[in-house]
Design a protein. Structure first.
Length: 330
């Protein structure tokens, strides 16, 4: 059932210089088989790291997450695709259950698959299809045929042998991956251009994390609300990047922007003078730099405390001196 990988040449429209944003479209399928009668089928469609399709497996209908999710496909073409995926869901669940015994599958198990196409830097596109079992590579499409992954063991070999017999399904998958996918990718990248190539500036702030140990501080630099995903954040001392900088995962915000947390473990006495530097395409070369124990803000805080305190002291002193001098006079 799974197979292939082949480059398709088509008219110039590939990655232009300076192209920003996603360059691939792919579907992800995750199916959990709890027992012989119950399975959870999840499907989604992605442009790079942006999800543009969901799938309601109960009603077997797509969820278009963006106004431009259909790309340049006509309603008729979309209906045709939806019909294919409906057949696929039903067929997939049926076949896996049917072959579960032969493949000595023990419930529960999980099947994952991804397939799609991407623009190549040199022009044209490249298609791919891969399957995994319980998070471990199982088989992939290579040169239009099924290649078992070594980690897949005898089951993957048997699966690829079996796949040879499904001529009709192979041809349908080849058409989807080599013809429909590249055409859809170009259309949807164009339809969603304004959204996909937008630039959202990050907001950054500092905090201290849980103490890594006695005499140590965990400095945390938070960066949030940025798009696109590529982001550079580093703890610095002057112009020197601090090698102990630890970068977290880039996590999604609910509004489609990203969040990143970058930490540094330092001895308490060495925190002063450190800064967090943020570089992002949206900032146009104007990096955000935040200083730990910022001189301006600590300066303002001390002014706010010292000035009233000194005024109070001066007032008290004056009063005291006055009384003292009166005492002297009287
Ligand atoms: C199959 O799994 C589902 C979900 O965990 C459960 O609700 C159901 O009772 C199970 N059925 C059988 C026959 O074990």
């Amino acid at each position: 059932m799974l197979l292939l990988l082949l480059a398709v040449l088509f008219h110039d429209g590939g990655s232009e210089d300076g192209f920003q944003g996603p360059t691939s479209f792919y579907l992800i399928q995750i199916t959990s088989f709890a027992n012989s009668t119950w399975a959870n089928f999840q499907g989604s469609g992605w442009l790079g790291d942006v999800q543009i399709h969901g799938w309601n497996s109960d009603s077997e209908t797509p969820i278009f997450l963006k106004p431009w999710s259909k790309g340049n496909f006509s309603d008729e073409e979309v209906s045709e695709m939806v019909e294919i995926f409906q057949l696929y869901q039903t067929g997939f669940l049926r076949e896996v259950r049917e072959f579960a015994d032969q493949f000595q599958m023990e419930y529960p198990f999980e099947v994952q698959a991804t397939g799609g196409c991407e623009l190549r830097p040199e022009g044209g596109t490249k298609s791919f299809l891969r399957g995994a079992l319980g998070g471990v590579n199982f088989a992939s499409a290579q040169n239009r045929s099924c290649a078992p992954a070594p980690e897949g063991g005898w089951r993957a070999k048997k699966f690829c042998d079996l796949a040879k017999q499904y001529q009709g399904i192979r041809e349908a998958i080849e058409k989807l991956l080599l013809k429909d996918c590249p055409r859809y990718l170009l259309g949807v990248l164009d339809a969603g251009k304004a959204d996909l190539q937008r630039q959202e500036k990050p907001v950054a702030w500092l905090s201290s994390g849980p103490s890594p140990g006695p005499g140590h501080l965990l400095l945390v630099c938070h960066v949030s609300g940025f798009y696109p995903k590529p982001m550079w954040v580093m703890w610095m001392r002057g112009e020197n990047e601090q090698r102990g900088t630890h970068r977290g995962d880039v996590l999604p915000n609910a509004d489609g922007t990203w969040y990143l947390r970058v930490t540094l473990d330092v001895a308490t006495g060495e925190a002063a003078g450190l800064s967090c530097r943020v570089k992002h395409s949206s900032l146009g070369g104007e990096d955000i730099v935040l200083y730990w124990g910022h001189p301006i803000s600590t300066g303002l805080i001390s002014l706010a405390i010292i000035v009233p305190a000194s005024l109070l002291l001066i007032g008290l002193a004056l009063r005291f001196m006055r009384r003292w001098s009166y005492n002297g006079i009287l």
